[in-house]
Write a protein that binds this ligand. Structure first.
Ligand SMILES: [Zn+2]
Length: 231
């Protein structure tokens, strides 16, 4: 059964990546057959197998040999591994809810990496799934806590400009399913990972904006799967 979730995750992540690339062209975001953006050749079905096709084609278009971004390969790989971990960690409605939250986090991460923004639909999807996942007794408490956090983060964003409002909304929506202590863990994991990767890539010049969405998503995934979450 784990194979099924691995394949499902890779297929959905492949579609999420296509949606992310087409984000700026809102009119043809869904439903169109994939083409090479450079030679406009229609990509045959057998060259759209997640993970495998990128390896087989060695990261290049079969027709014009233009490079296929390695980010598409990693998106599919993360999607497959994420679904596999979720399938082993959750049951029932929590498994479905977590898969939806994970897809939203993947979409938020790649939108932030490509465009430096996190679309509002991401927060709405996370909030909707979270409300389904938490027990009725916890709902009011978690919603009030999430709204209070959103207001605090809004003022931090305005006064210090240390975080973007997209990041603030993402943290607030995740606060619906994470305990307050887990939110602190999530931010700590995200900050530490961002610091390590910035040092390894020798980036981080003074005044440079770090796209924090992918790191927050990683921190949230670790906390949701391995640390404390709201029942
Ligand atoms: Zn091509």
């Amino acid at each position: 059964m784990s194979y099924f979730y691995f394949i499902l995750g890779s297929v959905l992540a492949s579609w999420i990546y296509v949606c992310t690339v087409r984000y700026e062209k809102k009119s043809d975001m869904y439903g169109k057959w994939s083409i090479c953006p450079h030679c406009h050749h229609r990509i045959p079905f057998h060259q759209m197998i997640p993970i495998i096709s990128w390896i087989q084609l060695k990261g290049h278009c079969a027709w014009c040999h233009h490079e296929i971004p390695v980010s598409s390969f990693f998106c599919e790989l993360f999607g497959a591994l994420g679904f596999l971990i979720i399938s082993l960690s959750f049951d029932g409605i929590h498994k479905i809810g977590m898969m939806i939250v994970f897809c939203a986090l993947l979409y938020a991460s790649f939108c932030d990496l490509l465009y430096g923004l996190i679309p509002d639909r991401t927060h709405l999807i996370i909030a909707s799934s979270a409300i389904l996942m938490i027990s009725p007794a916890q709902r009011i408490h978690q919603i009030l806590y999430s709204l209070a956090l959103l207001i605090v983060l809004f003022f931090i964003c305005i006064w210090t400009q240390s975080i973007g409002m997209g990041d603030g909304k993402l943290i607030s929506s995740l606060a619906l399913i994470l305990h307050p202590l887990s939110i602190l863990y999530m931010i700590s994991i995200a900050s530490t990972t961002a610091l390590i990767i910035t040092i390894l890539k020798k980036e981080g010049k003074k005044g440079q904006i770090i796209r924090f969405g992918p790191y927050l998503s990683f921190g949230a995934f670790v906390c949701l799967c391995f640390l404390e979450r709201v029942p």
